[in-house]
Design a protein around this ligand. Structure first.
Ligand code: ZN
Length: 380
C-alpha cells in the first residue's frame, strides 16, 4: 500500500518522521543530499553554530540562475495527545498527510527537491544554474541560517530568481503567491521626565503626562501611503511602562515599545525621522533604540511571475493572485542580493497547529508546478 505512493509523498513522510525541532535538522538534509548528489548535483554542507545549512547546485553561472529555498526545521508539536495521529508518524488518512511540517514545509521541500532532481535527469545539459538551499533555523532566531549562509554562497554563485517554498496558499493550491513582504522594525522610545515623590509633584516632571499628546499623535500619523502592491505602513504600540512601577513615585522614564510593519515606500531612517519630528514638536527629552528584523522586499520581475503563474494555470487551472501579505520569511535574506524572490507553496490553514495536514493531491501537483517553473525559467 505505502509503496504505491509517489516518490514525493514517500519523501515528505520520511522527512516528517525525522523530528527536527528548530534548530535540529535531525538528518533531513542528509536524506536530500544523498538524493541530489546521486543525480549529479554538487553539494555543500555548512554548519554554523548549532544550525545545519545545505546547498546543492547543478550547472554553471553562464545563463539564468534559479534557486529554491526552504527549511527542514519545524515548530514543536504541542501536546501530542491532542493529535489525531502522532505528529511525527506522517500518517496518510482520507487523502491527507498529517504531521508536524506537512504544510510548513517538509512536503514542499520534498516537492522542489524532486522537481529539481527530475529536471536535471531529463535535461542534464540545461543552461544556467539550478540550486536548492536549506536551513534548520527558519522557525527560530534565524540568525545562523540563510542570513549567514546566503552571503557565503553568493560569492561564487549567481542567481536571478528565487522561489521560497513557504506555504503561501489560503483556500486552494494555486490561489496565492507572495511577491514581497513588509519590513519589520521594532522601536523603543524612552521619554525622560524627572523622578520624584508623588506628594511633591512640583519637584518632578511626570513623563506619562508629558508624553500623552505625543502618543496620541503617534496613533494619528500617516507614515506613508503604500504603493500598488503594499498597504500603507502600520505602527502599533505593544507595551507602555514606567521605569519605577511603584505607587508613591513619579517615574523618571516612560518606556514605549512599538513595531512598524512597513512598505518599501519607507525606510528605517525615514520612520525614525518622523518619530523624532513628533518628539521635537512636543519638546520631549528622549532616547530611541531600534531593532530591524527585516527590510521590506518587492519582486517586480515579470519573468518569474509569468513562469509561476503559467505553471499554476497549466497544472491546477487557476489564476494565481500575487500579494505581499503575511509575516517574514527567509526571502528577506535573499532579496538584498538583487535576486527576485517569489514565495509559493502549500495551503497554510493548519501551519503551526495541532493536526497540521495537507492534501496528498496538492503535494503531487506542487511538484508538477515547481517542475514547470524550472522549465519555464531554464529552458526558455
Ligand atoms: Zn515555514
Amino acid at each position: 500500500m505505502v509503496n504505491n505512493q509517489p516518490e514525493v509523498i514517500l519523501l515528505s513522510q520520511e522527512l516528517i518522521r525525522r523530528k527536527s525541532i528548530t534548530p535540529d535538522d535531525n538528518g533531513c538534509q542528509q536524506i536530500i543530499s544523498q538524493l541530489l548528489s546521486n543525480s549529479g548535483f554538487e553539494i555543500l554542507h555548512q554548519r554554523i553554530e548549532n544550525v545545519d545549512n545545505f546547498f546543492a547546485w547543478h550547472g554553471e553561472n553562464n545563463g539564468v540562475g534559479l534557486l529554491f529555498v526552504g527549511h527542514t526545521d519545524v515548530v514543536p508539536s504541542g501536546d501530542e495527545k491532542l493529535w489525531e495521529s502522532p505528529p511525527f508518524a506522517a500518517e496518510l488518512k482520507k487523502g491527507e498527510l498529517i504531521g508536524r511540517g506537512a504544510a510548513d514545509m517538509k512536503s514542499s521541500v520534498a516537492a522542489f527537491v524532486l522537481a529539481a532532481k527530475n529536471f536535471v535527469i531529463q535535461f542534464p545539459q540545461h543552461k544556467g544554474k539550478l540550486a536548492v538551499m536549506l536551513t534548520s533555523d527558519e522557525e527560530g532566531e534565524a540568525i545562523n541560517g540563510i542570513q549567514k549562509f546566503m552571503p557565503i554562497i553568493a560569492k561564487e554563485h549567481h542567481f536571478d530568481f528565487c522561489l521560497v517554498g513557504e506555504p503561501s496558499c489560503s483556500e486552494t493550491l494555486g490561489d496565492i503567491a507572495r511577491i514581497g513582504r513588509r519590513g519589520s522594525l521594532h522601536v523603543q522610545i524612552i521619554i525622560h521626565g524627572k523622578q520624584g515623590h508623588v506628594a511633591y509633584p512640583e519637584n518632578a516632571v511626570n513623563p506619562v503626562f508629558i508624553a500623552a499628546d505625543f502618543i496620541s499623535d503617534l496613533s494619528k500619523q500617516n507614515w506613508d501611503i503604500g504603493n500598488e502592491d503594499f498597504p500603507p505602513t502600520s505602527f502599533q504600540v505593544s507595551s507602555v511602562r514606567t521605569s519605577t512601577n511603584v505607587s508613591n513615585i513619579i517615574p523618571g522614564d516612560l518606556i514605549i515599545e512599538a513595531n512598524f510593519r512597513y512598505s518599501p515606500e519607507s525606510s528605517e531612517i525615514s520612520l525614525v525621522q518622523q518619530i523624532r519630528q513628533l518628539l521635537e514638536k512636543h519638546s520631549l527629552k528622549n532616547t530611541i533604540k531600534t531593532n530591524l528584523s527585516g527590510k521590506p522586499f518587492h519582486s517586480t520581475s515579470k519573468r518569474l511571475k509569468n513562469a509561476l503563474s503559467d505553471a499554476i494555470r497549466e497544472t491546477v487551472q487557476k489564476d494565481v493572485e500575487f500579494n505581499t501579505a503575511g509575516g517574514t520569511s527567509d526571502g528577506r535574506f535573499i532579496a538584498p542580493f538583487g535576486i527576485n524572490v517569489v514565495e509559493f507553496g502549500l495551503i497554510n490553514k493548519t501551519i503551526h497547529q495541532i493536526n497540521e495536514r495537507v492534501d496528498v493531491a496538492d503535494i503531487i501537483d506542487l511538484e508538477k508546478i515547481y517542475f514547470k517553473v524550472i522549465e519555464n525559467i531554464l529552458n526558455k
